[in-house]
Design a protein around this ligand. Sequence first.
Ligand code: TXA
Ligand code: MG
Length: 330
Amino acid sequence: MNSDSQNASRGPARVLSTDPASLAEAARILIAGGLVAVPTETVYGLAADATNGAAVAAIYAAKGRPSFNPLICHVADLAMAESLARFSPLARALAVRFWPGPLTLVLPRKPSCPVHELATAGLPSIALRHPQHIATLEIISRVGRPLAAPSANPSEQLSPTTAAHVAAGLGSRIDLIIDGGPCVAGLESTIIAPGEDGAVMLRAGALARSDIELLTGPLRSPDHAAGIVAPGMLRRHYAPRARLRLGATSVENGEAFLAFGTPPSSVSPSLNLSIRGDLAEAASNLFAMLRTLDESHDAIAVAPIPSVGLGEAINDRLKRAGAHAHKNEL
Ligand code: TXA
Ligand code: MG
């Protein structure tokens, strides 16, 4: 499976069609933690089991994303969505009217939501979408868990709308491509955050504003002051209360030490992101370990993390997490 954190090339991915045996194979790979590119009505998605931190880390590694933007989680039906997030009456009305389809809803995560924190970038909210392609719905149902899936292209390249696009961009970095034909919309989903009083449009997309406004009234623009923005645009995402000191090789009074790999002999680490120095493992531990140390300490010293592969995204996230009160120290 896709455990190579450094994105080693592994030869071209297999391409299968949408017959039942192929969809069963896709589900088997996903359950085992692999990466499968799947068709949707908007663009092809690079899917992984959203509850598996290592699998989600492999998405970021394959895309070469320099930061952990939160990912959209794809569900098989409204019932699966309601097991993950709290639906207000307006959110439910939007889902009933437009799902399955090119609408993503950003909603409060339920405490019992099993989606890995790396997929939601440590946020208290989750982006959910019930896509329209029958092959992908069948795969999600077979997996029985939500699938995290950003567009199946290398970071900063165009979103793919055919299996051939996916193969050209990511072919050697993923386990399987399901060819479901060209995407109907060819444009990503529209992202909406329904609120107490109307709704905010976080990303324009394949579902027209005017259709949504029939239910929501006038859509507002992201309000940076209220913190309701697509997190990719924020300098600070999940932020611990504790002060963060990055690149630390020693511990000061009162600090917890978050290690990576073998710690200096003078330091006894509080937690270790990855004892064997594996960046994918470190990525999948990052948010949970910061949270744990934040509960017991006012300051966290974080060991140096090499800025290669997923390390770049880990360092980006650590800088953002430490950005709030301590901007001047970065
Ligand atoms: O059409 C689509 O939506 C495609 C197909 C594959 O379904 N997927 C897609 O996913 O575009 P992705 O992961 O690339 O989109 C992520 C977008 C980002 O702009 C991110 O900031 C926003 O969704 N997003 C995700 N979680 C969010 C959250 N909790 N709050 C606000 N925005 C969120
Ligand atoms: Mg994209």
